[in-house]
Write a protein that binds this ligand. Sequence first.
Ligand code: C2O
Length: 346
Amino acid sequence: APVAAPDLDLCERSTVTSKSAGTIKVACCPPKLKDAIDFKPPSFSKIRYRPAAHLVDRHYLDKFTRAMELMKGLPEDDPRNFMQQANVHCAYCNGAYDNSALGIPNQELQVHFSWLFFPFHRLYLYFYERILGKLIDDPDFAMPFWNWDSPDGMLIPEIYVDPNSPLYDEKRNVNHQPPNMVDLDFAGEEEELSKSDLIKSNLSLMYRQMVRNRTATLFHGFAYRAGDKPSPGQGAIENNPHTAIHRWVGDQRQPYKEDMGNFYSAGRDPLFYAHHSNIDRLWNIWKSLPGKKRCDFPDTDWLDSSFLFYDENADLVRVKVRDALETTTLGYDYQRVDLPWLRYKP
Ligand code: C2O
């Protein structure tokens, strides 16, 4: 059976663990304001295009920072508030919800390390973007993506590093600020690579992950159904570059590598949403590459798995994986940029 949307009334405190700092419990549950309604695909008059973060202009940046400021300024208990939105990730990823099924008690819900990874994050960002658009009264607003799969995008985008900007987060690795380049294979150890070798290594990693992993399971991750133990196995992209970048950005000085280095806190860094926008973009690109097997799962246990999110009107919405298959049904797409890794067959 499909993974059911969580019951907010049963939400519990999340568990955060690290070897050195031990285990803590964190309150991440969303407010339960009303009953959930079923998601209906939006109607829109034109597709909005998410731009590459390193290519945006002043006008766009003004709008985006204004929207983020407004989100941070919402009342604390408004489910659209910045911290509430960050806590959405914490609750879905650090064991606040239940995935038990008939006869199978005590299984926690986890949206990473399985086939739920891409659709969950797509929908999470979708509602985030709708909230931002609503706050600035611009339903066409599209959030930026961090284009780390291209040499010009392989550093933290400039718009995120101004300490006076609402896009800034001080809990980031101080040694990984621009002009330092991201290592898409980062596992905690600094590599002594020249800039050009690092670019080559990043591009060939992208080639391997995107081009070689041709089946839905290799790309998305393993099947995960109602009552299943969490984390059956992740897909290629979720592993690296996705997790590598979380680790690379997270602040080593913090006990749980906050913010980006831990699920519970990752959504507190505005960069998270640009990072995941690029992950989301790669899902679109993966399906467009040549090869017959590059399609999503036809399995209804996947398609009918569902999540709850608060939308731009603070309505609680139940949305299914099948609603997330094409970004163009959701009203958005991505700015076309070069895909240099396609030429990096190792
Ligand atoms: Cu839900 Cu990038 O983690």
